[in-house]
Ligand binder design. Structure first.
Ligand code: NAD
Length: 393
């Protein structure tokens, strides 16, 4: 079929198989160019199909020749309808990894469940023995607690008082104002339940108990801090509380297991998760303009190259006072933030394309779903029913 983008709010409900493959191959080329001697050998990536998790998997495999096992929750093609972008990314990743002679298998299902943890452990036992790096990169709006069966939903809200600021209406390409009421105590607790550190701890517990965690293994989970203008809805909001809980979990995991667990604070990038956060897409559009002008712009793959090669396995971990790895350092440089803050009051629907890189934001967003890639013929009839190569072996 001929696949065109169909955008609904902050998601695109279609994805292009060849476009997703082209995007994965672009990231592979970046990882290959930064190939590095020291690094992980056997890697489990939880949330490996899009965004930071996909780039972590690509850097592990193509930058360090590691065997990778990926876990994600994606929609395969059904009844002739295109699959989700993460599905096509994973098909393309596995294909390229196998071509390069690298082990790559994937598990599609709910990572919060006991069943998927058990299936992952069985696969490690059968194929890899142990893993020496566990990347935890889930971003989900809901989680069903495996013990109680209760489903918790996360919210993106401020805490204590309401918050009003500029935001983007990406359907209309307009700058608008958003007002968000503060979260209730129950909503804060639910967000921590979904996006906090509990599930990461359960994973590490299960892996260690099964003996599939290599001695002295590393584990990393991702966080974001950002500038003051997003703090009410991010760092000081419900998601910020969840991220504080991820930091608590890092310390608890390191103490309990023979494992070095760490939180890496990454920069703001366009992903399916970040496009859903109020204010953030407008901030990202301005940030891109400023960082591209300075030549310091990075996407997920460049961030993960720096994280793996310099911080996690290199000789410049550069931990902050809270023990976190910072790869948001270029984003948080004072002159970058001053330049963003100077543009912020000048931004309006009329000045959006001139004062910010909203065009770049839009292109980046479409690329997440495989649209707008060079060399892809979007008028071509393509096969949308692709299976994961590892499922056939
Ligand atoms: P993303 O939406 O691109 O990726 C989320 C991944 O989680 C996908 O692989 C998806 O399949 C998987 N997933 C979701 N629910 C699942 C479930 N129930 N079971 C199995 N897999 C599931 O998100 P992202 O932006 O790459 O976020 C990853 C992490 O990076 C998050 O912790 C996020 O807070 C953090 N982070 C993101 C940014 C940013 O700007 N996007 C910045 C800093 C940190």
């Amino acid at each position: 079929m001929i696949v065109k983008p169909r955008i609904r709010g902050f998601v695109c409900i279609t994805a292009h198989p060849k476009g997703c493959e082209a995007k994965v191959r672009e990231e592979i080329a970046v990882a290959r160019a930064a190939k590095c001697e020291s690094g992980p050998q056997k890697v489990l990536v939880i949330g490996s199909s899009t965004g930071y998790g996909l780039s972590s998997r690509i850097v592990s495999a193509f930058g360090h020749e590691a065997a990778t096992l990926g876990v994600f929750f994606e929609r395969p093609s059904t009844k002739g309808k295109p699959a989700s972008a993460g599905w096509y990314n994973s098909v393309a990743f596995e294909k390229a990894a196998h071509e390069a002679g690298l082990y790559a298998k994937s598990i599609n299902g709910d990572a919060f469940s006991d069943e998927i943890k058990a299936q992952t452990i069985e696969t490690i036992q059968a194929d890899l023995g142990q893993v020496d790096l566990v990347v935890y990169s889930l971003a989900s709006p809901r989680r069903t607690d495996p013990k109680t069966g209760e489903t918790h939903r996360s919210v993106l809200k401020p805490i204590g008082e309401s918050f009003t600021n500029r935001s983007l209406d990406t359907d209309k390409d307009e700058v608008c104002e958003v007002s968000i009421e503060p979260a209730s105590e129950a909503e804060i607790a639910d967000t921590v339940k979904v996006m906090g550190g509990e599930d990461w701890e359960l994973w590490m517990e299960a892996l260690d108990e099964a003996g599939v965690l290599a001695p002295g293994a590393k584990s990393v989970a991702y966080s974001y801090l950002g500038p003051e203008l997003t703090w009410p809805v991010y760092t000081n909001g419900t998601i910020g509380q969840a991220k504080k809980d991820v930091e608590r979990a890092a310390a608890a995991i390191s103490q309990k297991h023979d494992c070095q667990a760490v939180v890496a604070v990454n920069k703001a990038v366009v992903t399916q998760a970040s496009s859903a956060i109020p204010v953030v897409p407008l901030y990202i559009s301005i940030l891109f303009k400023v960082m591209k002008a300075r030549g310091t712009h990075e996407d997920c793959i460049e961030q993960m190259v720096r994280l793996f090669n310099e911080r996690l396995y290199g000789d410049a971990p550069k931990l902050d006072s809270e023990g976190r790895i910072r790869v948001d350092d270029w984003e948080m440089e004072p002159d970058v933030q001053q330049a963003v803050a100077a543009i912020w009051p000048e931004i309006s629907t009329e000045t959006l394309f001139e004062k910010s890189d909203y065009k770049g934001y839009q292109e980046n967003f479409l690329k997440l779903f495989g649209f707008g890639l060079e060399g892809v013929d979007y008028e071509e009839d393509v096969d949308v029913e692709l299976d994961l190569p590892s499922a056939q072996s």
